[in-house]
Design a protein around this ligand. Structure first.
Ligand code: AMP
Ligand code: MN
Ligand code: MN
Ligand code: MN
Length: 277
């Protein structure tokens, strides 16, 4: 079965509408598809409407940023009740943290020579769920950097001059809100945080203790060795395996929706849990 359980629309930092993403998913013969925008579910209803009478199952999703031991970790929530009051309240709280951070990043970028940074990022985003990629684009547009990678490397990545430590949700808050909303919490792209093996295992233990059930064994374009490493971790911690492209847009994503490698046979795919319902 071809699935894609991680991607972004223009409601966060992706380039496409939910309907355009759906068309890509259908063209790739994806049969189970989740939109997982950063800290918002604003695109879900549009996606569900566009998918009516189409041969595809939509899993309402989200990607929540959490602060865990000074690391910014991403937790994907899948199969959610998008109207659940605790989840809605949790997203509101997160939104306030994101807004405050955007103002702080803008302040730093202004001292570094980018005038009207907040307004520029908001205009690029087209909404008020502003993320670092929108500031990166503002830096590119102003001719300060040639591309996204350089914008992060020189300004926005952890430890760089416009990085702001953010009061994101705790791991427990995010996992609890997802679980209460009937969903499954999944650790997104575990190798992106550059944690030591010991730290990564500590993260997984804390995540499981909070009620998390899955891990992305496959995220985007990964070498086979890393896929097997993640499959082993999933097996060791009895976690369900998830898989997603983390597609954002053609220029910035190395693979298209639904084009990830297949899960190793040793994994228990998270979607088998949903097939009974
Ligand atoms: P935020 O949630 O605002 O902190 O933004 C995080 C997003 O920035 C990620 O989901 C990626 O889309 C993007 N991102 C993070 N690091 C990089 C990087 N080094 N180069 C390009 N994009 C990045
Ligand atoms: Mn992103
Ligand atoms: Mn992420
Ligand atoms: Mn993502």
């Amino acid at each position: 079965m071809n699935v894609d359980l991680h991607c972004h629309s223009l409601y966060s930092d992706g380039a496409l509408s939910p309907a355009a993403l759906l068309n890509k998913a259908l063209a790739a013969q994806v049969s189970c598809f989740a939109l997982t925008d950063h800290d918002t579910m604003s695109g879900i209803t549009e996606l569900v409407d566009a998918a009516k009478n189409k041969p595809i199952r939509i899993m309402p999703g989200i990607e929540l940023s959490v602060r865990w031991k000074l690391h910014d970790i991403h937790i994907v929530g899948l199969n959610l009740d998008i109207h659940h009051p605790l989840l809605t309240a949790t997203i509101h709280k997160q939104h306030d943290a994101r807004q405050l951070r955007a103002k702080q990043i803008a302040g730093l970028l202004e001292t570094l020579g980018l005038a009207d940074a907040f307004q520029k990022a908001q205009d690029i985003a087209g909404h008020d769920c502003i993320g670092r990629p929108h500031f990166a684009q503002a830096l590119i547009n102003a001719g300060k950097v040639p591309d996204m990678q350089t914008a992060f490397k020189r300004y926005l990545a952890r430890g760089k001059p416009a990085y702001v430590p953010t009061a994101w949700l705790s791991l427990e808050e995010a996992v609890t809100a997802i679980a209460q909303a009937g969903g499954d919490a999944v650790i997104a792209h575990p190798l992106k945080y550059k944690l030591t093996q010991t730290k990564l295992r500590a993260l997984i233990s804390a995540f499981k203790e909070a009620g998390g059930v899955g891990i992305e064994v496959i995220s985007g374009d990964m070498p086979l060795s890393q896929i097997h490493q993640m499959a082993h971790l999933a097996d060791h911690f009895s976690l369900l395996a998830s898989s997603g492209s983390d597609y954002h847009s053609d220029p910035y994503s190395r693979i298209q929706i639904g084009q990830q490698a297949r899960l190793p046979a040793t994994c228990t795919p998270i979607w088998t849990k949903w097939m009974e319902t």
